[in-house]
Design a protein around this ligand. Structure first.
Ligand code: NAD
Length: 499
């Protein structure tokens, strides 16, 4: 009998029967390793009810208590990070070092949340009117749904949940059904850290669970990360049901290389950001925009580095692992034919390599296209795999126009030693996260993560200050305490001024 991965509700594993189940694969082996429960509407309702009940007391917990839980959570997560990395590699396929990297970036947000009492300070104005003071406070919003994609099984849940919890909310996390085990391990860490039962819950599932969370009257806020069509659906449905929603979508990140750039560094960056995690990163570089003749110098440097990459089982010290499912591998591989048909030059064909892994793994080696037409599907679509495209343009302005014409606006990078053009790029580029000689500009935890255009629906980015604003709402209290010695103002029907 295969392992069963079930929900986590009220501080313990769910004990009810599973009415629907999904298969969980080890992508490097190509075999089913577990079955995950797919929640029904009733199961989602049960988790939300538990979270709503827990919120009534957690919202009033002291800042000292919350801080203690956050610090303990951090310690426990640090302690279990190898175990967590192994779980991520076994279900996602990314190599162990990369899994450790995503945990480290998630821990940064936990550390930010450890200091959240400073962010939750309110405001106070004395004597805005005679004997009248004003106090501004921020309060938690209630039950927060966090819906996450397959590609960062630990980091993306950690972008949201520590901040939501530190702000006094309760959480129902719906992780990707492809990679459910990391969420379960995080739940165990919260419980071990002394978080009261019901403040952090996990429901596993698919669109049924997501759609119920979007409609449930007791869910106050929804944080979503995933593909653009689903992000749009989540935003529209959630807001129609009166919730605050931040929905981060897909990406097609461009890296512009100018002729004056450090070309060795640019080639390193292109290969690292193009093929890290097999291109299954929302911040992956998928298009190199080579300005003027720089493409001629870049192609040999990139191909030389690609030839040195080892891909295979993430537990065998390879550089790059398999794709997450067989269907996704086949979809990504189909773009190699589509690119050739569209007239692009296939410089490296990832179907021809040999992986260091079992035959049935979901393998596809790194591929490189040059001279990619911008009307082709390999340029327009988010491929989300190890396929790097080079588009050649004559000038910096043409490069900037190309980046800005993209419907996506997650990240964009520029490689140059020209300060003036770098400054123009940073000012004019239509993207939420910009790298200057940095290929994957994921903001540090005190800032916020989010794209523009079809890469984010809503107006609030993830974590940092914007995360705190999302998970709290403002209240302003205007107060007057009667002064026995002062005369009463008496009845006055005019609109109160601040005299
Ligand atoms: P996905 O959109 O298929 O799934 C994301 C979540 O939505 C999962 O929990 C899934 O169960 C749920 N879901 C899927 N289809 C649904 C539907 N029809 N209705 C309701 N819920 C549904 O995304 P994925 O394949 O898991 O992840 C890859 C995508 O996520 C890529 O497009 C990538 O760019 C994006 N991503 C974006 C960011 C970002 O910060 N912008 C970060 C990571 C990943």
């Amino acid at each position: 009998m295969s392992k069963r991965i079930t929900h986590w509700v009220g501080g313990k594993p769910w004990t009810g029967p599973a009415h629907r189940r999904g298969e969980v694969f080890d992508p490097a082996l190509g075999t089913v390793t577990a079955h995950v429960d797919l929640a029904s509407v009733e199961e989602v309702d049960a988790a939300v009810a538990v979270a709503a009940a827990a919120f009534t007391t957690w919202r009033s917990s002291t800042l000292a208590k919350r801080t203690q839980v956050l610090f303990d959570f951090r310690t426990i997560l640090q302690h279990r990070r190898d175990e967590l990395a192994a779980v991520i590699t076994a279900e996602h396929g990314k190599v162990l070092d990369d899994a450790a990297g995503e945990i480290a970036r998630g821990l940064e947000v936990v550390e930010y949340a450890c200091g959240l009492s400073a962010q939750l300070k309110g405001g106070f104005s004395e004597s805005v009117s005679t004997n009248v003071d004003v106090t501004a406070i921020r309060q938690p919003v209630g039950v927060c749904a966090v819906i996450t994609p397959f590609n960062f099984p630990a980091m993306v849940p950690l972008w949201f949940t520590p901040i939501a919890i530190a702000c006094g909310n309760s959480v129902v996390l719906k992780p990707s059904e492809k990679v459910p085990s990391a969420a379960r391990l995080l739940a165990e860490c919260w419980a071990e850290a002394g978080l009261p039962d019901g403040v952090f819950n996990v429901v596993n599932g698919d669109a049924v669970a997501v759609n119920r969370l979007l409609e449930h009257p007791e869910v106050a806020a929804v944080s979503f990360v995933g593909s653009t069509p689903v992000a749009r659906h989540v935003y529209e449905t959630g807001t129609r049901n009166g919730k605050r929603v931040q929905a981060l979508g897909g990406a097609k990140n461009h890296m512009v290389v100018l002729p004056d750039a450090d070309l060795e560094g640019a080639a390193d960056a292109a290969v690292s950001a193009g093929f890290g995690s097999a291109g299954e990163r929302c911040m992956a570089v998928s298009v190199i925009v080579a300005v003027d003749s720089v493409g001629d110098a870049l192609v040999p440097r990139i191909t030389e580095r690609m030839a040195a990459l080892r891909y295979g089982d993430g537990r065998r010290r390879c550089d790059m692992g398999p794709l997450v499912t067989r269907a996704h591998r086949d979809r990504v591989a189909s773009y190699l034919d589509a690119g050739v048909e569209a007239g692009a030059k296939l410089v490296v064909d990832g179907r021809q390599g040999r992986p260091d892994g079992e035959d049935d793994g979901f393998w596809l080696g790194p591929s490189l296209f040059d001279e990619v037409p911008t009307e082709s599907s390999i340029y327009r679509d988010e491929i989300f795999g190890p396929v790097l495209s080079i588009v050649r343009v004559p000038t910096f302005d043409a490069a900037l126009d190309l980046v800005n014409a993209s419907p996506y606006g997650n990240g964009a990078a520029l490689f140059t030693e020209h300060g003036g053009l770098a400054r123009r790029f940073q000012n004019e580029v239509q993207a939420g996260m910009v790298g200057i000689n940095v290929p994957i500009p994921v903001p540090a935890a005190a800032y916020s993560f989010g794209g523009w255009k079809a890469s984010l629906f809503g107006d609030t980015h993830a974590y940092g200050d914007e995360g705190v604003r999302f998970y709290t709402r403002g209240k302003v209290v205007t107060s007057r305490w009667p002064q026995r010695s002062a005369p009463r103002a008496g009845v006055d029907l005019s609109f109160p001024g601040h005299g």
